[in-house]
Design a protein around this ligand. Structure first.
Ligand SMILES: [Zn+2]
Length: 104
């Protein structure tokens, strides 16, 4: 008789802990959602690949450049370097640098 009682008590205990665990998981999930929202950056904002700064878009002579507001690093999209150098014609360090890279 006592054995049955023990088992019943044990199962009730297990049920209690399972419920507590579930509540804890749900609370943690809700907390994570709450925490994630204020940190959510606008969709257009891109973080710097080098540091944790945010990239700001600058349009220079019709070419879009992403510049880091923290480390001042400049990131170009594919083809933007070519566009910059073509605008630069035969003068300017950028076009000389690009030709040096292209000559490889
Ligand atoms: Zn940076």
């Amino acid at each position: 008789m006592s054995k049955i009682w023990d088992e019943r008590e044990k199962s009730l205990e297990e049920e209690y802990f399972r419920r507590k665990e579930r509540e804890l998981i749900e609370r943690l999930r809700a907390k994570r959602v709450e925490e994630a929202q204020p940190n959510e950056a606008p969709k257009s904002a891109i973080s710097c690949p080098k540091c944790d700064g945010m990239l700001a878009e600058i349009t220079h002579e019709g070419v879009q450049i992403d510049r880091c507001q923290k480390c001042n690093g400049v990131w170009l999209e594919a083809g933007e370097l070519e566009r910059l150098t073509s605008l630069d014609e035969d003068h300017g360090w950028l076009s000389r640098m690009w030709r040096r890279l292209a000559a490889k």
